[in-house]
Design a protein around this ligand. Structure first.
Ligand code: SF4
Ligand code: SF4
Length: 178
């Protein structure tokens, strides 16, 4: 079972850069950059919220109606904020952005930049993990190493990693890399 309090604590006081990266982009990832945009909570993460928090709008998505890792079933919580939050309550997705976990086919774990956010986040666009704060990177790694001890979360990281591999092999992607 995931100790969500510990996971949240690990990422409480770290940010992608030692300075406020929101000044680079007008805090783009906290704005409604696309209609209805929000984030999924990971299974069990909902225990960190009362579900009556007035800064979050909750939706329950069935795994049957959306594309989820095949071993997930039932309800997954999707939340949207109004662009402000009590910082110590922000969801895991906000704490870890713009990083994503990756497991290779041989099971090696690493953190990568969330490539899908390249148009939104200047840190992803820069494409260099080396510019990120080392404390943020090491806490993010600790958090994910803890999370993938949970079989459901590990399945999701593997599933998403293979999806990323397929995308990386697509011809349009190779054209962009030239
Ligand atoms: S979009 Fe990127 S640079 Fe901007 S606030 Fe979010 S993480 Fe920082
Ligand atoms: S919950 Fe907070 S950190 Fe996350 S997107 Fe909303 S305002 Fe930003």
């Amino acid at each position: 079972m995931v100790d969500w309090n510990r996971i949240y604590r690990l990422l409480n006081d770290v940010t992608p850069l030692p300075v406020d990266c929101g000044k680079l982009c007008g805090a783009a990832c906290c704005s409604e950059w696309e209609k209805g945009v929000g984030m999924y909570l990971l299974p069990g993460e909902e225990t960190m919220f009362t579900m009556a928090e007035d800064w979050l709008i909750w939706e329950e998505h069935s795994t049957k109606d959306y594309e989820f890792c095949p071993t997930w079933s039932g309800v997954v919580y999707f939340v949207r904020c109004n662009g402000t939050c009590p910082r110590d309550k922000r969801p895991f997705a906000c704490r870890i952005f713009p990083l994503a976990p990756y497991l290779s086919e041989s099971g090696d774990f690493k953190l990568i930049l969330e490539e899908g956010a390249a148009l939104l986040c200047p840190l992803v666009k820069a494409g260099d993990m080396g510019i990120l704060d080392r404390r943020f990177l090491s806490r993010a790694r600790l958090a994910w190493e803890e999370l993938i001890k949970n079989p459901l979360l590990k399945d999701e990281v593997i599933w998403e990693s293979r999806r990323r591999d397929r995308l990386a092999g697509e011809p349009w992607k190779r054209l962009l890399e030239r």
